[in-house]
Design a protein around this ligand. Sequence first.
Ligand code: NAI
Length: 358
Amino acid sequence: MISSAAGGMAMSIWSSREFDDHEQIDFFSDQKTGLRAIVAIHSTFLGPAAGGTRFKPYDSEDAALDDVLRLSRAMSYKSALAGMPVGGGKSVIIGDPRSLKTRALLHAFGRFIHRIGNSYATGEDVGISVADIDTVAEVTPFVGGTSGGAGDPSVHTAVGYLHGLRAVLETGFHTDSFAGVRVGLQGLGAVGWGIAERLHAVGAKLVVADIRPDVVERAVRDFGATSLPTQTIHCAEVDIYAPCALGGVITEEAVGEIRARAVAGAANNQLATPRAGVMLAERGILFAPDFVINAGGIISGLEAASRMPGRKPVELAPLGTRLAAIHERLAEIFRRSRVNGVTPEATAEQMARQIIGR
Ligand code: NAI
């Protein structure tokens, strides 16, 4: 179903490169609060869709639509590979959260989420905090990651990421020790900071960049990190380059400049194009598909999701076990990738699409 107030838009959606047979795309607007939001549901094959809300000043409406479509498809892949009875979806709110975000706007957004009902639940992403989700939860139960529920998913994303990074170490560096491993962290936000803390604790050496000088200074002080400008962090002389800010940073041009032997970050949709993934492989740089290594947040939301109205309770292994499984899953993807001569990204996508019947 496509529900759009904008006449003529639907045709360009169905033929758009990122469409990939999304089941449902909703466009919402609320004049009073200035809310303009898009909710995309890629697949409910495995169960009701889940995926956070990104609040961002997009350059154009097309950029927002492309982003939500790519992100929601990645959520389908993420949940499928994590073995969860959950489909893939995502939301974007267009605008600068610093000036536009109000209680009234979050409530208006929540009412739209409620209108979608049992086929989608949302949560945090860039520009949306736990406090914001608590506000949205005042008007709809279809949210995860509230302070009284699963809490901040970024903590679990960071924990799951470190499990995945061990598979990167074993496959790419033939070690399971982080001691002395140099990691270039791009972005020290909710997830990036959690990763920095944990990597520092296990002896990794950090090189960091963020557009916020205060967090960079704190990382230098607390972790003995070296700081680099945001423009050059991707070509830092490190073992592992970890994009943990926004997606699309691995452009075909950037691939030639990367000096790390592995790229493994928590940001969603790091590869700007599929070709960039092939180019990484041609240069012998190991790439950890983001929708595998950053699945900890969604994995942590499963208990809360199963308590939403209309959902069936599910038998679950302890959260720690589910997060630790990211290690073996990624190791298996690297093995299949090597055996079949297909990039890890394409290998993971094929595996996920098979699970969701595509
Ligand atoms: P956040 O908004 O807390 O952090 C993003 C950080 O990146 C901020 O510190 C920001 O200043 C910095 N940043 C922005 N532009 C930058 C640039 N050009 N260079 C360097 N730093 C820059 O967001 P969060 O939650 O940490 O998410 C980061 C990424 O991880 C996003 O791509 C998100 O979709 C992804 N992700 C987040 C999950 C979560 O649990 N929060 C789960 C899975 C993926």
